[in-house]
Write a protein that binds this ligand. Sequence first.
Ligand code: FUB
Length: 322
Amino acid sequence: MKKAKYLFPQDYMADPSAHVFEGKIYIYPSHDWESGIPENDNGDHFNMKDYHVFSLDEVDGPITDHGVVLAAENIPWSGRQLWDSDVAFKDGKYYLYFSLKDQNDIFRLGVAISDKPYGPFIPQENPIKGSYSIDPCVFEENGEYYIYFGGIWGGQLQRYRNNKALESAAFPADNEPALCGKVARLRDDMLEFAEEPRDVVILDENGRPITQGNTDRRFFEASWMHKYNGKYYFSYSTGDTHFLCYAIGDNPYGPFTYKGVILTPVIGWTTHHSIVEYKGKWYLFHHDSVPSGGKTWLRSMKVIELEYNPDGTIKTIEGLKK
Ligand code: FUB
């Protein structure tokens, strides 16, 4: 598959997190809709209220929509805006991790549980203790589960330092190390952090942290972790410069060294993805706003094959090529 394919033209779905469960690909996207909220830098126009699950037997084959699996109105601590989510499997249960604003308009991470990869998912009473910001991604290795998260601007990461809320939001100066995404090991029951979240440090080729002013490379949102040939690939969006890029490390905590761009900017403000291996090939699930005529809050999910060079770097995909 050398050409990107839209996966579900019938409706707007974004931020697709793909995993192989029970021998199929399951996709956990955000569900965009036209809520009429004007566009702003806080992302209020991304006013999503439920999640669907999708599955594929073949990447090129028909897609199954498993319908609504969790709705904000059924989450006890819900305020507004169900943003990006991800799912992990452990001991016969599927755990859906999601971003949602609480009743004080603060983004938290929540968990909902199902016996099936296609839900429905039953939410916990409260968000994960000590959680903040957005865009959870869960990576499993040797029975340990690591949750990556964070996003600046509307994702509120600039309101925290050292896992504590600041009195007011603050960004580092342009020549200082950039704000980092976060990673924490999950507790055995998958419902809470087992440790204080740590910084996901991204270094440049000289071993120095990427700076806040390096907007083509610094972390903005959309964490994803995958492993290839024994190395750990942390990929993310640069937000206002619209790149999906990646950095490679030797363990799930990093540090990670910046390596390049996976996907050049697409139509639409946001770019967000997941990377998964299926039947011996690697795929990039992502989204753009072409079908909605460029409306940033109405995105459509896509998939394209992802290829590596012999040295383990990823071949850049051109976002604007159809
Ligand atoms: O879908 C809402 C937000 O847009 C996500 O949480 C971000 O990563 C961006 O894709």
